[in-house]
Ligand binder design. Structure first.
Ligand code: ZN
Length: 236
């Protein structure tokens, strides 16, 4: 059937051209090291695939804090690419890395196994406008990707934390200023899914002073939610 062959070849040709155009508009390069031809290279994947390590932030949230990597090099660049440069594809990589970290924390006895309590991931709050400008909340997207990576285990992701009123961007603020900037400014949205025994992990992309984590843990405690730990991609 020559018409069908012609149609298929037109479609294939069009897809090829769309792909070429996309490559021009969205260069295919690694989200961490910018190596061409791949969205996430093996070297950068390795940078986030070690055992999660314990972090002691200057402002202590009072629960264990774990990070996948230091906020330097390719890990830092990947976090910034997801946050500031619209690399939404990296959420999948971060989510897979978090899923491996969750398994590692369970092996080490840091958090309960899924048979004892179901896992709930609570993304740290994001400034609404910032998330919109940047094309979605990368932390929430990464948490959802982690839940998918942990299937068939039922993992809940509940973005129940939000800021009260306008909050200054924390870039350039000291630990004390960050803490003051956020004090009492994080609240828990009414939620429908907080029943039964839960292992609650607060997740965020980067931990700097610990101010956001601390204020989030406090807000959750006020709402009767006990946080078992904080898991971030990178720690400064
Ligand atoms: Zn790379």
């Amino acid at each position: 059937m020559p018409e069908r062959v012609a149609f298929v070849s037109v479609v294939v040709g069009t897809l090829g051209r769309v792909r070429t155009l996309l490559d021009l508009v969205l260069p295919r390069e690694c989200g961490g090291c910018e190596a061409p031809g791949t969205l996430w290279c093996a070297r950068c994947a390795a940078a986030l695939s070690g055992e999660p390590f314990v972090v002691s932030p200057r402002i202590d949230p009072g629960v264990p804090v774990f990070a996948l990597g230091a906020h330097t090099g390719v890990a830092r660049r990947a976090v910034i690419a997801a946050k500031e440069r619209g690399r939404r594809d990296l959420a999948h990589q971060f989510g897979s890395a978090w899923a491996r970290a969750v398994s590692g924390l369970r092996v080490r006895g840091e958090i309960d196994p899924p048979e004892l309590s179901r896992l709930l991931l609570v993304p740290a709050p994001t400034r609404g406008r910032a998330a919109r400008v940047r094309g979605g909340d990368p932390v929430c997207a990464a948490a959802r990707a982690a839940a998918v990576a942990l299937l068939p285990e039922p993992v809940a992701v509940d973005p129940i934390l939000g800021f009260v009123g306008p909050v200054r961007d924390s870039v350039g603020l000291s630990a004390k200023e960050r803490s003051r900037n956020l004090s009492g400014r994080i609240r828990v949205e009414p939620s429908r899914r907080l029943g039964g025994p839960r292992t609650v992990l607060l997740v965020d992309d980067v931990l700097t002073t610990g101010a956001t984590a601390t204020e989030s843990v406090r807000a959750l405690a006020r709402a009767g939610v006990r946080v078992d730990g904080v898991l971030v991609i990178t720690a400064a």
